[in-house]
Ligand binder design. Structure first.
Ligand SMILES: Cc1cc2nc3c(=O)[nH]c(=O)nc-3n(C[C@H](O)[C@H](O)[C@H](O)COP(=O)(O)O)c2cc1C
Ligand SMILES: [Fe+2]
Ligand SMILES: [Fe+2]
Length: 398
């Protein structure tokens, strides 16, 4: 059967691509879709690892039935993560295969009851426990809070495949292939991985670090997560990317994020960006908060070391979309960035104070001068913008 996608002699990819959902978690744009990876192990026992969202269930069941052929029975469904993008289809799957035992840790089984009312025919597993399928042996590693309390990873010892749940996952449907070595543009997939990490997982960076430490001595031939490519050529690379991002290690580069209703703050942004590009070595990314979705801004801010924030005063405070972005950043707890601040006001001001307070709360390295302009920037104000750019480059060099 040519439609089958095999990881090895026993394990098959049975995931589905979601090209319908506009916003992942009704929050993050996925113009390039997302894959819900699900896997099937055909051994003496049959196991499905992670299910899918309740879309395309017909096709999902069709794939399962075609692989099962005349065996007709699934023995186990292993749930590494019960967020509904992987469990929405469970009820339908259970109806189709009533004998299937659902396997998860205590927290998973509690949530299974609360979400779906399922209590029967379940098997609770502990950290380090092994489930023998015949040739394949599944070992469970509890890795809580990556990014839900019940998250765990399942390691298939014989073929050395790590089913890692959301960890090491990314946005983007799998169009040109499933495996890292099949994909035409791996950089694009890495960018979608960073966006998924920053949007969904990053708040739990400490727990990602704990999970990576827990699996560090495993001999891993493949990383098979619930979203994005299956890494068989360079499984360590996927882990290294998440390791770097969850350590909040930044690259040389600057992100300017600004708002401007009538062009005054924008003039300042242009003076800053010109002075930066004259001196800097890394990339410069400029985002207008009214035009770029926070999903993309967060990914850039996570990646680069210096952030320059500009906002006009709006109703005594920050421009609302800037306020929203800063709340997201604070919630995610991004540490150790160089920051510059600029903005314009008409009468009493307010935005600059909020930006400065934010930088203080985040304990970022505030770079002088902080530039607060009354209406349109004067030549002196623009010279200050140039100085700010130069001082940021100076800081980046140290
Ligand atoms: C809807 C609205 C609300 C504003 N609220 C304030 C305010 O509360 N305090 C203040 O000092 N300026 C306020 N301003 C003035 C702007 O901060 C000022 O015009 C600034 O130069 C705008 O910068 P921009 O051209 O980059 O948008 C407001 C302007 C608008 C359009
Ligand atoms: Fe999730
Ligand atoms: Fe997920």
């Amino acid at each position: 059967m040519s439609a089958e996608i095999q990881l090895n002699d026993k394990i098959y990819w049975i995931g589905v691509n979601d090209r319908q959902t506009a916003l992942f978690e009704e929050l993050w744009p996925i113009p390039n879709g997302v894959a819900y990876n699900s896997y099937m192990i055909l051994d003496d026992k049959v196991a499905v690892i992670d299910a899918v969202k309740d879309i395309s269930m017909d096709r999902y069941l069709e794939k399962i039935r075609s692989l099962l052929a005349d065996r007709r029975k699934i023995d186990y469904l292993i749930i590494n993560h019960i967020e509904p993008d992987h469990s929405g289809g469970i009820k339908i799957l259970r109806e189709a295969f009533p004998d299937m035992e659902i396997v998860g840790n205590k927290k998973t089984l509690d949530l299974l009851t609360h979400f779906y009312g399922i209590k029967d025919n379940v098997r609770q597993v502990e950290d380090g426990e092994i489930l023998d399928l015949g040739t394949c042996r599944l070992k469970f590693f509890l890795t809580p809070m990556v990014h839900w309390p019940e998250t765990m990873m399942t390691y298939e010892e014989t073929h050395k495949v790590l089913f890692s749940g959301d960890a090491f996952g990314g946005f983007g449907s799998l169009d040109d292939g499933i495996f890292d070595d099949e994909l035409r543009d791996l950089q694009y997939h890495e960018a979608e991985m960073l966006r998924y990490f920053t949007n969904v997982i990053a708040k739990y960076s400490v727990m990602v670090q704990k999970a990576i430490t827990k699996i560090k001595d495993l001999d891993i031939a493949m990383v098979a997560s619930t979203h994005g490519p299956v890494w068989r050529s360079s499984p360590r690379h996927a882990i290294e990317l998440y390791d770097k991002w969850s350590r909040q290690e930044a690259e040389d580069g600057v992100v300017i994020v600004y708002a401007s209703m009538y062009g005054n703050t924008e003039k300042m942004m242009e003076a800053i960006s010109r002075s930066l590009t004259a001196e800097m070595t890394g990339p410069l990314r400029v985002h207008n908060v009214s035009r770029s979705h926070p999903s993309y801004i967060l990914a850039d801010i996570w990646r680069y070391r210096a952030i320059v924030l500009g906002s006009p005063t709006y109703n005594m405070g920050l421009f609302p979309l800037m306020d929203h972005l800063l709340r997201l950043l604070e919630n995610k707890g991004l540490k150790d960035r160089i920051v510059g601040i600029f903005g314009s006001y008409g009468w009493s001001g307010g935005a600059i104070k909020e930006l400065t307070d934010f930088a203080g709360r985040m304990k970022w390295q505030l770079t002088e001068p902080v530039i607060e302009v009354n209406c349109s920037p004067t030549d002196e104000d623009l010279n200050n913008c140039t100085r700010l750019g130069m001082n940021i480059v100076q800081r980046l060099r140290t």
